[in-house]
Design a protein around this ligand. Sequence first.
Ligand code: DGL
Length: 264
Amino acid sequence: MKNGPIGIFDSGVGGLTVFREIRRLFPYEDIVYFGDTARLPYGTKSPETIVRFALKNINFLKNHDVKVIVIACNTASAVLLNLKKKFRIPVINVIEPGARQALLFSRNKKIGVIGTESTIQSRAYEKALRRYNPSAKIFTRACPLFVPLIEEDWVKKPETKFIVKRYLSALKATGIDALILGCTHYPLLKPLIQKEIGREVKLIDSAREVAKELDEVLKTKRLPLKEKGLPRDRFFVSDLPPKFRKIGERFLGRKLGKIQLHRL
Ligand code: DGL
């Protein structure tokens, strides 16, 4: 098999949290990242619409000869998991690694999940958590305003602090000791979320676990690895590259290079 790049997609900048961990674990691999910024947010849309978007993104990445695809978006992962669709190349979702990690860290097995409306409605996290531990107690909360606030670069605004408080107040009363950040955008709000939910609650950001899962998949499927040379990153978005650059560079703490516009 050809040693193609790793493909990653999300609806916007959120997937860069996953990109960062994958880059850390695979310093030489070439990566193609696609942010579907024209159709963001996914989390307020119906499963049928999200599946349609996700399949287009998968095809776009396949056209770049990727050897594996990481769905760096909980919303798309959730609907595709429910669909149980098979692809010709390995496609990794972010839900299962996050659920496993939460169970590992939680002592009282009371676990909170926050995510987009579609992710919460899909019950994908509940299903995954119960599959690994049928007696786990799960408390969920959709936080639909988080993604637009992050995409607008409003993370440091007082309004955002207030909204985080409003969304998390009921969860705080449940006694959870682990909270799954069930949206790849949410790590950008980590300090605020941690402050509001309390230091004793472990925040689960599945990005690192997903990178480990990718390592497993590459090894078990005996896919070729790039172990030397300069890595090549290519970034594509379906709208507004400058906006993606602004938040993306601030978040990654480095320049993003060329960001290509690809209207799907
Ligand atoms: N970052 C995504 C997720 O993990 C998508 C958010 C959205 O587009 O609504 O769910």
